[in-house]
Design a protein around this ligand. Sequence first.
Ligand code: SF4
Length: 382
Amino acid sequence: MPGLYVHVPFCLKKCDYCDFFSYPLTGNKVALVDLYLTGLKAEIQLCQKDAPSGVSSLFVGGGTPTVLELEDLARLLQLLNQGFLLKPGVEATLEGNPGTLSAAKLELLRCSGINRFSLGVQALNDKCLKEIGRSHTSEQVGLSIQLIRAAGFDNLNLDLMFGLPNQSMLDWQQTLEQALKFNPEHLSIYGLMLEESTPLARRLRSAEPGTILLPDDELQARMYTWACTRLETLGYLHYETANFALPGFECRHNLNYWNGEDYLGIGPSAVSCLRGLRWRNIENIKEYGCLLAKGQQPSEKSELESLPLRVRMAERVILGLRLAKGVNLGAFQKDFGLDIRDIYGEVIRKHEKTGVLFVREGHLCLNQKYCFLANSVLQDFV
Ligand code: SF4
């Protein structure tokens, strides 16, 4: 059974650092919601055959799914429940952002089988939130979490970011400590990736020298390492480079992805990887709706690729090494019919000598001490 990802391409407003496919849901964009939901209904009908016995997990992300009006959110969840078999106990996550939640929406989510909530917090410091153009304040984060908990969610993820413009070590430490007061079961911690086409990158390029400072690599490394130590001390498992969970609360949907299992993505811009094929849906809601109205796949043929064996093997290793548990060597042998050392023996030996890679309980692991070297190590597998 594949995992199912649903892309909801709407937000309250665009954050300054974001290059995900999403529209601010204002004025003339409201009409697009109907087009999107009509397209999604048709896409579900087209791809039901890809998940005949249901899905192993559900992740409704975006964008900001909770920006939808209550009736539209209800329509979306009804489509998913009718289209895919969601067995009891299957992890079903929905993402949302502060300022877009209400008790009625959260009640609807609970009644529709959503059992995990992921909240985009990023920072608990209004100066930092403003620097990156978030649409909410830190006070709204607290109010949102109160609503989420009151609705009965006992599996909550908070997304946080470090390495923000003008963010000090103290700002970051205060954000994490504040977040911990909410007792989240799961935390995702990402360093800011500056994408060239975003308003933030443009602002940095045109800023007077010294007015906007991005934390340098050394400070970012200290921010990350401090967070890892703090969270591990409190009993959070550092189970993936950027992800921490209390025991039993690891995100099954993302584990499925990191372990190289099949997944199906629906909605504009969503990516699917199924039986050795990968495709990406078109990044345009109108075209997405038009193609589906004609009964066609909403993905461009040129983006449909049959993945060569060598690419699939490299991806398995690269994604698996992000996991603390590492790459499952037995599964690698079973799926590809080859021992991992037949392909990467030389690279593995090179990094074993320096202690960067090691084998433990049938898994090839990256020494967590060298997380910051990860990119150069992973490059060797490409
Ligand atoms: S809320 Fe998330 S998806 Fe929406 S603009 Fe901000 S970062 Fe992008």
